[in-house]
Design a protein around this ligand. Structure first.
Ligand SMILES: [Zn+2]
Length: 288
């Protein structure tokens, strides 16, 4: 199944839902960063959420980045998405290994529950929009549900899941963000809460071969939502030597002069895709 995300809405415009399947994208991220199982799950959940939130953006050039900074050994998780389904991300420490908890990868412990989730939206305005909230569990979906409530005053249900094979490859990955709009009836809300309480983990649904449309029809069928839009998503980096140059510039004049004095050249790799860029003495002099 190819990776994509759908946006759906019910007739009464009371429930909005975004559902994504991201198995290939997360497997590509795992290979890029050589992540351990628990790191693949944490990064995969974050990439899936960020990809969905990129799809929520309206403008052609809009971008969103999500940072999850907990006190766990994974350190920071960073993911970025544009509004066209191009997603990238990395974790601070990709090699964290932890014992499973109740047979599940312990993402909450790897991330840590003391910390913040920070969302930055670049909507082409003078200043980016920055929203943040405290982490609740470090499991990411719960943290994001809390974020939507605190930062956007938007009641939401978020599910994110990554299933991993014994050989560490990604077996299934996906997620959804469901948002309740203000005009929803008490009755529909109760029904929705019931459905959400009984739903299978989203990674299991994807593993059973469910497409996002299947999840909409088979799990949320009684709400009669209609697919309004669909977008392919993939893991892609937009780095270039020009962009990496900015990182060198930010080191400052002193440091750049030191580099020339010491080895005369520098190798800088992109955190998102690990592409290495070489800068020789002439390049650095040019930057100076
Ligand atoms: Zn890159």
């Amino acid at each position: 199944m190819k990776d994509y995300v759908i946006r759906a809405l019910d007739k009464e415009k009371t429930i909005r839902m975004f559902i994504a399947t991201t198995t290939n994208l997360v497997e590509k991220a795992r290979k890029t960063h050589n992540t351990s199982a628990v790191c693949t799950a944490a990064l995969g959940r974050t990439l899936t959420a960020t990809g969905i939130m990129g799809f929520m953006l309206k403008g052609d050039k809009d971008k969103i980045s999500m940072q999850i900074r907990g006190d766990g050994s994974i350190k920071t998780i960073l993911a970025v998405s544009n509004s066209h389904g191009k997603v990238k991300g990395y974790v601070g420490n990709p090699l964290v290994e932890l014992p499973t908890r109740d047979g599940k990868l312990d993402v909450g412990k790897a991330v840590g529950k003391n910390g913040r989730i920070i969302v930055i939206k670049d909507l082409g305005l003078k200043e980016p929009y920055i929203g943040q909230s405290k982490l609740v569990s470090g499991e990411i979906a719960e943290d994001l549900t809390h974020y939507f409530a605190i930062s956007d005053q938007q009641p939401s249900a978020v599910a994110l899941g990554v299933l991993i094979e014994k050989d560490l490859s990604v077996r299934a990955s996906g997620g959804y963000i469901l948002q309740v709009l203000p005009n929803i009836s008490e009755e529909a809300l109760t029904k929705l809460e019931n459905t959400l309480q009984n739903i299978e983990p989203v990674s299991q649904l994807i593993d059973k071969g469910y497409t996002p449309e299947d999840i909409l029809d088979k799990v949320f069928g009684e709400f009669k939502m209609e697919v309004k839009e669909k977008l392919s998503i993939s893991l892609e980096c937009d780095c270039s030597k020009k962009r990496i140059e900015q990182a060198l510039i930010s080191l400052g004049e002193e440091e750049l002069k030191n580099i020339i004095k010491e080895d005369g050249n520098a190798e800088v790799s992109c955190h998102f895709c690990n592409t290495k860029y070489q800068f020789d003495k002439e390049d650095i002099l040019q930057i100076l």
